[in-house]
Design a protein around this ligand. Sequence first.
Ligand code: PRP
Ligand code: URA
Length: 217
Amino acid sequence: MGQVYVSNHPLVQHKLTILRDINTEPKRFRELLREITWLLLYEATRDLAVEEKQVTTPLGTAVGVQLTEDIAFCPILRAGLGMIEPALELIPGAQVWHIGIYRDHKTLKPIEYYTSLPKKATAQVAIILDPMLATGGSAVMAGTLLKGIGVPRIKFVGIIAAPEGLEKLRNSHPDIDVFVAAVDKYLTPEPQKPGDPPAGYIVPGLGDAGDRQFGTS
Ligand code: PRP
Ligand code: URA
């Protein structure tokens, strides 16, 4: 069974609080998303394999390590786009496999509209990047696509999960490690009256992660 890591790091929680704030503008939102992704990936990459490597310093020889596994970052469009740059800052040699999935507004079911995966896995570790794990449909589909090309190890890095989505991902792909900054309370139900929010949004969450990054609505 894979692990579920919910960060309680003060930096992560401080930044997450500003990220959630309705008054946080897209520019600041993108900066915070980038910073939190960086901090979560620090944990998510803790078990990457390394081999010994010697380097010559100005004063002698140092025995260190180098990463030995090929890594692929897999952002789910659109909201995962803001997580690619910090990921590539940490591992510049990683591949990026874009996965285009959106939720149908009525059914909340995931719809795949674009993927750029290799035919056969060219990385040993794939890290799915998506800020929001709501019903879990998008993350489950991404995991299934990655397993379909034979990726041996898959991780999910997100910002906020709903309990419902976390359970669905764990049931469908128990082997996928999950790293998030928070597990929130619940998902909004079907609206009952005008003014109610649409169904399937994380409460308290942060709203629509794509819209908040890119200034759309
Ligand atoms: C959001 C989010 C996830 C998905 C999560 O994307 O970025 O991909 O919803 O919901 P789920 O767990 O219920 O599948 P959205 O479908 O709004 O697409 P967008 O990023 O292109 O706006
Ligand atoms: N997608 C989002 O961007 N936010 C939610 O709360 C749920 C799905």
